[in-house]
Design a protein. Sequence first.
Length: 246
Amino acid sequence: MDVAGLRERERRSDAGRRPGAQWAYDDVRGVGEAPVGAGLGAIIRIGGEHLAQNIRRWFGDSVGHWEGDTLVVTTGGYNDKTTLDLGGHPHTEALRVTERFHRRDAGHIDLQVTLDDPKAYARPWTLPIELALVADGELIEYVCENERDAQHMVGRSDEVHVPLDVLARYVGTYDSTRFPGRTVVSLEGNQLMINTTGAGNIPLVAHGENSFTMEGTGIEFVKDGGGAVIALVQHWAEGDRYEPRK
């Protein structure tokens, strides 16, 4: 796997925005108004029409309408310079994303995201996502670098080498009833990978024998008294996620 090439493409793709992950990070989209956020905004025009077919954007072109109490947003007009996910799955300019936002109650929104790219994939697929209100929460800044900033970034990496036989001990599935989905850890050659959402593998950078980072997020493997790996912990700003090994 060309991890370096994937990271370079991600870095150059307008702050790493991916069509399949418009709802991630601190992406704040305004309905019919100017966007806010860390450069990852988009405007949803209610009742509008899509731009001409020859206009292609990193963010795509979003138009929304209401179906009862569900907001339906369709986005097209993407260029083909980004990927659908961190796993590097490609798409073409034919990609069309449909999002259906339904407010279940005061604290939850049910989101159905359908991705359709007939030039790249045999059929569309839909991702169910639950958005939960975090009362008194704070929108945390997400900072991206680009090709103009890299030359000004100085410092040293604290990445360390972990023997392959040690990395192999971490391979497996980790799951928790407290959090949706499951986490799968695998090896690709001598690179330890993690998949936390089912969207694709992300390289883990080692900072110690059992301490890693996933794009800056801390990942720690937990061992019992005999040295067997029994769990992993994801260290998020919102709190730790403990996932026992299955």
